[in-house]
Design a protein around this ligand. Structure first.
Ligand SMILES: [Zn+2]
Length: 157
């Protein structure tokens, strides 16, 4: 096994995940990717105005990791804003603070962050079917999630 993955706890996903400057032709448009956890860092620190210590705590990471995340996020946003680049918010090593699951039979239940990173569910707690899937909040497509692809259980339809 490789290095242990560091998951960042994210409690909110932006509803709009693509920004594009006006007056730039698509062919000339440069696009940069802002990771979901970088967006969360900006949200907590710059939008909510929390102290770095508190932000790091909220995301379940060290203060130095949070500080690096924030620096990268701000650098990307500045680059996009001042150099006229598009921003796409997606991807990263994150897990939701609480994730809701649904099984093939329609049972739904919540799985907290701590359990998602230690032992993500493989079966429905009600009916034991392995056909389960995480429910995605509106606004972000499936591919944008850090861990979605790792789930074995799928609703086939
Ligand atoms: Zn079930």
């Amino acid at each position: 096994m490789g290095r242990r993955q560091l998951w960042r706890k994210v409690s909110s996903i932006p509803a709009v995940t693509y920004f594009k400057p006006a007056g730039v032709r698509m062919a000339e448009l440069e696009e940069l990717q802002l990771l979901v956890e970088e967006a969360e860092a900006i949200r907590l620190k710059d939008l909510e105005g929390m102290e770095q210590e508190e932000c790091a705590d909220k995301m379940s990471i060290s203060r130095s990791t949070f500080s690096r995340l924030l620096d990268t996020a701000r650098q990307k946003i500045a680059d996009a804003l001042l150099n006229g680049k598009a921003i796409r918010i997606e991807g990263g090593n994150f897990e939701m603070a609480v994730r809701r699951f649904r099984c093939l039979q329609g049972h739904e239940w919540d799985v907290p962050f701590e359990r998602m990173i230690s032992a993500p569910p493989e079966n429905c707690p009600e009916c034991d079917t392995p056909s389960i899937m995480p429910l995605f909040p509106p606004g972000l497509r499936r591919g944008g999630y850090g861990r979605g692809k790792q789930f074995r259980g799928r609703l086939s339809r």
